[in-house]
Design a binder for this molecule. Structure first.
Ligand code: NDP
Length: 488
């Protein structure tokens, strides 16, 4: 069993409290690692180290920062098996998914920003008619790193989201104090070791483990951390904004969703059915971009629904370490209880469970005490009931029929959230029209979760503030300064 430590100034640091939290393998219910129960003293030490390292790192050439981050990406790939196994056991996700998506994407995040920084240019404006003051001038924009960046990430895509924040922060010359979720800390711990081996100078990347209410809150409130990049739930995001807003910190908040998947009658069902199954249940439905509401045009419901349910039933739920498993364990018993409470609520609200709703009948002995739930399809619920309004974040989808395009858009937009949506149709004109009217930061048409790292990423309404993709991320982690040179 692994006992983790904080990673501060390239050293393994035990928690000042001397206390550790249990990190449980959700597939077995057994202790997987011990996580430092960090507090504000550990955060202070990490911020101190990061502040000390900042002048050196921000003064290091972009080419050298890039080289070190590319080396870190290489090390993740060289240690792929170790990262995959630990991510799967920590989180409950199938090894196939960790190997095919999460860990390669972590390396890709580092490579993307390590190379983006080499090609980033800033604007220059030749001024020949100043609004006030007269005269000619050249204006240029300087992008300067902000200092110590605070990066806080959730448990669902542990290393993928951790690196999505850390990579642009480091590439632009900031130093970092980061906190992974205490439910899934192990790959972040391994990343610290890899960063040291890659040659990152001490203090450039610091990782503090522990509870959000202690470690996360201390990072957010720390006066020497001017920028916070957060991914997690909407309620936590609101609390972070409450604390950081009056301190005028730069905030990027990537929050929850209640995403609609919309199937029009003219959709190609051969593509739409498997596409919708994936959008509903990938990673046990624990992806912020999963579609929890499946809106199906009434005229195609009879053709669509039996095929959708049949394909859902065919998903293999079981041991995450089996290479053929499609659905692994739910991240924790507590989260499974929360999901189950929504299934009880669905029954109370008059819904019918078409499939799933229970733990699988047969599990290998190793997984008998794990947190499992079969993928679940619900029908018969009104669009405005709680199950169709609140984020469940599990393998549960609610099917909502609609008659026409206007009704589909009204239902799709009728929640407090606006993270993403997907639309299945063969009518290209309709696809563009609907995409423009949907209140969402990302709209997929005839696909789902296809990600180009250059595009803006983020939500509207209660799904967040700010954009994290490509150049938006470089801008977030830098201050833009205008320099105006008078030419007489
Ligand atoms: P939480 O908001 O509970 O936690 C996210 C992170 O914030 C964790 O590291 C947590 O620590 C920490 N935290 C908790 N309280 C505070 C606080 N007061 N101050 C600072 N940090 C704090 O989310 P979950 O981990 O449960 O993740 C699931 C949520 O994340 C879902 O709502 C999902 O939609 C959202 N999400 C959004 C994405 C997006 O891109 N928009 C992508 C992925 C997920 P700890 O858990 O260790 O206590």
């Amino acid at each position: 069993m692994l006992r983790l430590s904080h990673f501060i100034s390239n050293r393994d640091e035990p928690p000042r409290s001397g206390a550790y939290l249990d990190d449980i393998d959700p597939a077995t219910g057994e202790l997987f690692s011990e996580v430092p129960d960090g507090d504000e003293r550990d955060v202070d030490m990490a911020v101190e180290a990061a502040a000390r390292a900042f002048p050196g790192w921000s003064g290091t050439s972009a080419a050298e920062r890039s080289r070190l981050l590319l080396r870190l990406a290489d090390l993740i790939e060289e240690r792929l098996d170790e990262f995959v196994l630990n991510e799967s056991m920590d989180n409950g996700k199938p090894v196939a998914l960790a190997r095919g998506l999460d860990i390669p994407r972590a390396a890709a995040n580092l490579r993307f920003f390590a190379t983006a920084i080499l090609h980033w240019s800033s604007a220059s404006h030749a001024t020949d008619a100043a609004v006030a003051g007269g005269g000619r001038a050249i204006n240029y924009t300087l992008h300067t790193p902000r200092g110590v960046a605070g990066c806080i990430s959730p448990w669902n895509l542990p290393l993928y989201l951790f690196t999505w924040k850390i990579a642009p922060a480091l590439a632009t010359g900031n130093t970092v104090v980061a906190k992974p979720s205490e439910l899934t800390p192990v790959t972040a711990y391994l990343l610290g070791l890899a960063a040291r081996d890659a040659g990152l100078p001490p203090g450039v990347l610091n990782i503090v483990h522990g509870l959000g209410a202690k470690v996360g809150a201390a990072i957010v409130a720390h006066p020497r951390v001017p920028a916070i990049s957060f991914t997690g739930g909407t309620r936590t995001g609101r609390e972070i904004a409450r604390v950081a807003g009056p301190m005028f910190k730069k905030l990027s908040l990537e929050l929850g969703g209640k995403n609609p998947t919309i199937v029009f009658a003219d959709a190609d069902l051969k593509q739409a059915v498997p596409g919708c199954v994936r959008a509903s249940f990938a990673n046990q439905g624990e992806v912020c971009l999963c579609g929890e509401r499946l809106l199906v045009q009434r005229s195609v419901l009879d053709a669509f629904l039996p095929r959708f349910v049949e394909r859902t039933r065919a998903l293999r739920v079981g041991d995450p370490l089996e290479p053929t498993t499609d659905q692994g364990a739910i991240v924790s018993k507590a989260h499974l209880d929360k999901i189950r409470s929504y299934l009880a609520l669905a029954r109370e609200e008059g819904g019918e469970i078409l499939c799933g709703g229970e733990a699988p009948d047969r599990l290998p002995p190793r997984c008998e005490h794990g947190a499992f739930l079969e993928p679940t399809v619900i029908t018969g619920l009104a669009p405005d009931c709680r199950v169709n309004q609140e984020e469940i974040f599990g393998p549960v989808v609610s099917v909502i029929p609609f008659d026409d395009e206007d009704e589909a858009i009204a239902i799709a937009n009728g929640t407090p959230y606006g993270l993403s949506a997907s639309v299945w149709t063969s009518d290209l004109t309709r696809a563009h029209r609907v995409a423009a009217r949907l209140e969402a930061g990302t709209v997929w048409i005839n696909t789902w979760l296809l990600r180009d790292l250059r595009v803006p990423f983020g939500g509207v309404k209660a799904s967040g503030v700010g954009r994290e993709g490509g150049e938006d991320a470089l801008r977030f982690f830098t201050e833009s300064k205008n320099v105006c040179v008078g030419l007489g």
